[in-house]
Ligand binder design. Structure first.
Ligand code: 4NP
Length: 163
């Protein structure tokens, strides 16, 4: 295994619901597996409406119901993230296309993937935006991300072996 940490960036629209949940769930799994020196996580939003804000209260409550505390402040995705991260995980198709559009030459497209591609249990193609819905939408996002992060952990462990 290499000593350089593998860097993951989770991206949604506002960086207050889905991507901070993915970041904190992944960090929870990283700690459980004692991989803190090997995997680093961050999150960002394609939009700038919520920059500097903490995670949405409803999202934090849903995460807490699964024993996971959401920490962090929203920031906007920036072009330098393409170079800084090994893998960029988009929550939905719109996020995915917005990220690719910031790299018109396609130099970093190979680093950008959809979060749901790593699900083992759920069949969803996207992590649904829970912002305008009820609490069951937030609970669903957490369960979907637990599944995706679990699969992502398996993928990263394999990647690190070949790097
Ligand atoms: P997120 O959720 O992209 O998962 O952080 C949203 C947060 C805010 C808005 C939309 C989605 N908004 O329209 O303000």
């Amino acid at each position: 295994m290499t000593q350089t940490p593998y860097k993951l960036l989770f991206v949604c629209l506002g960086n207050i619901c889905r991507s901070p949940s993915a970041e904190n769930i992944m960090n929870y799994l990283v700690e459980q597996n004692h991989l803190q020196s090997q995997i680093e996580c961050d999150s960002a939003g394609t939009g700038n409406y919520h920059v500097g804000n903490p995670p949405d209260r409803r999202m934090a409550a849903a995460a807490m119901r699964r024993g996971i505390q959401l920490v962090g402040r929203a920031r906007q995705f920036q072009k330098s993230d393409f170079e800084a991260f090994d893998l960029i995980l988009a929550m939905d198709q719109a996020n995915y296309q917005d990220i690719l559009a910031l790299d018109p030459q396609g130099k970093y497209w190979h680093k950008v993937k959809l979060m749901c591609d790593f699900c083992n249990i759920h069949k969803d193609q996207e992590v649904p935006d829970p912002y305008y819905g009820g609490s069951e939408g937030f609970n669903y996002v957490i369960d979907l991300l637990l599944d995706a992060c679990d699969g992502l952990m398996q993928y990263v462990e394999k990647q690190k072996q070949v790097l």
